[in-house]
Ligand binder design. Structure first.
Ligand SMILES: [Zn+2]
Ligand SMILES: [Zn+2]
Length: 252
């Protein structure tokens, strides 16, 4: 039996920039047929007992995690529930995560890479003059050697950004994860991660992530109003790409 998870969702309880209420989260996740969701909150829930009580009330697997802002971009930290000293340093975050059997995934790693500055900037490649020109260039960034996997389908990224992440993951032999990055009801389940086994808890999720028996895919259907292309499409590796590409996974 497989389990379909949206591994990247923010709610009002743990992310100040989210408008997604808990009832709406549950209703929409069940409507689109998810097995579960992972709340990768920016700050995390203040009261984890409250989270446990909330999660236990629903026939939907709901797991708490963090999206940590580091000096090399945003990192999904599965297995961690609250910030620790020095987490902006990926080395510290990695130490803490691995101490508890956690799993780190670099999130939306190529967001804004194909948009011309100064209106947009990449969190991972702060100097536009040294933006990677191809997959090999990108691989030299240390972040790819300090995380456990790469988010290759992010619902708020463009197709081009996701495709490029997919190529980098493929080159590194990583599975790649998928998540919507939803901050409201819109887009929940637009990008998902499918696990081979049955996942009912955080421990199950961590074990499944470490085992590598999972893959990403686009969620939603035409009836849902999503228009997405998969990571299998041919990536553009043109030197210094700057063209605008329509956003992936946005509702029409
Ligand atoms: Zn982020
Ligand atoms: Zn996010």
């Amino acid at each position: 039996m497989s389990s379909v998870f949206d591994l990247h969702v923010h709610t009002v309880k743990g992310s100040s920039d989210s408008s997604l209420s808990l009832p709406d989260l549950v209703r929409e996740a069940q409507r689109v047929g998810l097995t579960g969701v992972c709340l990768t909150e920016h700050t995390g829930w203040r009261d984890l007992r409250e989270f446990d009580e909330f999660a236990a009330r629903h026939d939907l697997v709901i797991i708490h995690a963090l999206e940590v802002s580091t000096v090399v971009g945003h990192v999904l930290a599965f297995g961690l529930d609250s910030y620790g000293v020095g987490f902006s340093n990926l080395r510290e975050l990695r130490r803490a995560a691995h101490r508890v059997g956690g799993y780190l995934v670099t999130a939306h790693v190529f967001r804004n890479l194909f948009f011309p500055p100064p209106y947009n900037k990449s969190l991972v490649f702060p100097d536009p003059s040294s933006y990677p020109r191809n997959v090999q260039d990108a691989l030299s960034h240390p972040v790819f050697h300090m995380v456990d996997d790469i988010e290759v389908l992010n619902g708020a990224n463009t197709d081009q950004e996701n495709t490029f992440a997919g190529e980098v993951a493929k080159y590194l032999g990583e599975n790649g994860t998928g998540g919507s990055d939803a901050h409201s009801i819109h887009g929940i389940g637009s990008c998902v991660t499918v696990f081979d086994g049955d996942i009912r808890s955080k421990a199950d999720l961590l074990e499944a992530l470490r085992s590598g028996n999972y893959h990403s895919r686009l969620g939603g259907t035409d009836e849902d109003g999503y228009s997405c292309q998969g990571v299998d499409s041919t990536p553009s590796l043109d030197p210094a790409p700057t063209s605008f590409v329509d956003s992936c996974c946005q509702r029409r």
